[in-house]
Design a protein around this ligand. Structure first.
Ligand SMILES: *Cc1c(COP(=O)(O)O)cnc(C)c1O
Length: 440
């Protein structure tokens, strides 16, 4: 090093992180946004990610906004919260979930997290002992894969079956599981498929998991957002068949994803996850006893002790949010989603290169199959999405980002007139790129 011109800094970025996040939904959507045409005077239509909070018709309820104001003004929530969350908020979550369960959760079964995302981080990290694996659905929610890669938790995929309403292929679950399998994931109502599982299918999942000796992680972030003929049943209903770890948040049902308040709940009336001979301090015996039923709840608490907590005043608002939100707000949101899902399903029938195997019954997304061979100059789903962004200012998520090549994930959780416009643009895009008929 001479005259300060060449200097060898000793730090560098962690390449494992870029590897783990290489194919996230956010990464792909950013790439697509980079392809938008700045000269298109029309507004961009976002059918790629699910965040309806920007549309006035999806604005959250006034009582929910008031809950935050009251919480801040009370000056009772300016303190650090306990790492598991404040008691009134944990109790409110337990009572909220108890409305649909055949047994009673206690506040001690509830852990508050920074959105459902952190609840996922907590449970996967808890299960990621060396050699362990988990079973994830394909198509799925790719955050699970990215995080698992980051924490060296092996992932095995079972398929969701489009011809069976996107039910889990439980034969492949059995074939994939071995003595190192800790859990299988169920996302219900489904992202990305818009499916809502029947009580019978959920029971079969519970029976399969218990036979394999694994727990069920139930991602119910879209809990109660069901608008078709199948009613929403929480997986926790089967908690006495198999231990269930339920994940949820206020992000979707209350349309406030930016508030970052979620929960992890052990829906486990037999106490299988709590059976433990060791105290919950990090003792040597705890570190040595890394097997399933000796470890889960302790590990959850330990992990929460070393991670960030949700903001205290949002926790303080939670009882009012969960107890005071009126039925008419919930049904208004359901009605808009149902109308939007209908528009989406009907309009797609007019686009020959797209088939939708199942009309969405819940959540905010639908998976549709692309028939690339009907178009000229488009190679695959990624290419379709890039050119669509460029030419029509419409963003859709290529299926490859959720594990299914030459499919698309489309959100219908936007205001219905914008949705119609977006689907019209996709239709125009198809017509411009359709293979010319060979005239006879
Ligand atoms: C949106 C979403 C999450 C994350 O929820 P947040 O509360 O915003 O962290 C988790 N799982 C699925 C399936 C989702 O769609």
């Amino acid at each position: 090093m001479e005259n300060g011109t060449v200097k060898h800094w000793r730090f560098q970025g962690n390449k494992k992180l870029t590897g783990a996040s290489g194919f996230t939904v956010r990464g792909v959507l950013n790439l697509l946004r980079g392809n938008l045409n700045e000269n298109d005077p029309r507004p961009t239509i976002p059918l790629g990610h699910g965040d309806p909070s920007a549309f006035p018709c999806f604005r959250t309820a006034t009582v929910v906004e008031d809950a935050i104001v009251d919480s801040v003004r009370s000056a009772n929530y300016n303190h650090y919260a306990p790492t598991v969350g404040i008691l009134p908020a944990r109790r409110a979550v337990a009572e909220y979930l108890n409305r649909d369960l055949p047994y009673k959760l206690s506040p001690d079964d509830v852990y508050l997290t920074l959105g459902c995302i952190q609840a996922i981080e907590v449970i996967l990290t808890t299960l990621a002992r060396p050699g362990a694996n988990i079973l994830l659905p394909r198509p799925g929610f790719p955050y699970y894969e990215s995080l698992a890669a980051h924490i060296h938790l092996e992932v095995r995929h079972f398929d969701l079956l489009p011809e069976q309403g996107w039910e889990a292929d439980l034969d492949s679950v059995e074939a994939l599981a071995d003595e190192n399998t800790a859990a299988m994931l169920v996302i219900n109502p489904g992202n990305p498929c818009g499916s809502v599982y029947t009580r019978q299918h959920l029971q079969k999942i519970a029976e399969t998991a218990t036979k394999l000796g694994i727990m069920v992680i139930a991602d119910e972030v879209y809990g109660h957002l069901a608008f078709g003929s199948t009613p929403y049943v929480p997986m926790g209903v089967f908690g006495s068949i198999v231990p269930v770890v339920t994940l949820g948040s206020i992000s979707k049902r209350w349309v406030v994803p930016g508030w970052r308040l979620g929960w992890l709940v052990t829906s486990d009336p037999n106490g299988i996850l709590q059976k433990t001979g060791v105290g919950h301090s990090l003792s040597l015996s705890l570190l040595l006893n890394m097997w399933f039923d000796d470890y889960i709840v302790d590990s959850i608490k330990c992990f929460l002790d070393i991670s960030t907590d949700p903001v205290t005043f949002i926790q303080g608002a939670l009882p009012q949010i969960l107890e005071k939100t009126k039925e008419d707000f919930y049904s208004k949101i359901i009605d808009i989603l149902r109308e939007a899902a209908d528009i989406c399903y009907d309009k797609m029938k007019e686009i020959p290169c797209i088939t939708c195997p199942n009309k969405p019954e819940g959540g905010m997304f639908v998976m549709v199959k692309l028939n690339i061979s009907l178009m000229e100059g488009i190679n695959d789903d990624m290419d379709f999405a890039i050119q669509l962004a460029k030419e029509e200012s419409v963003i859709v998520l290529p299926g490859i980002a959720v594990g299914m090549k030459n499919w698309l994930r489309v959100t219908f959780a936007i205001d219905p007139s914008t949705l119609k416009e977006g689907l019209e643009r996709i239709k125009a895009f198809y017509q411009r790129h359709a293979k010319k008929q060979i005239s006879s």
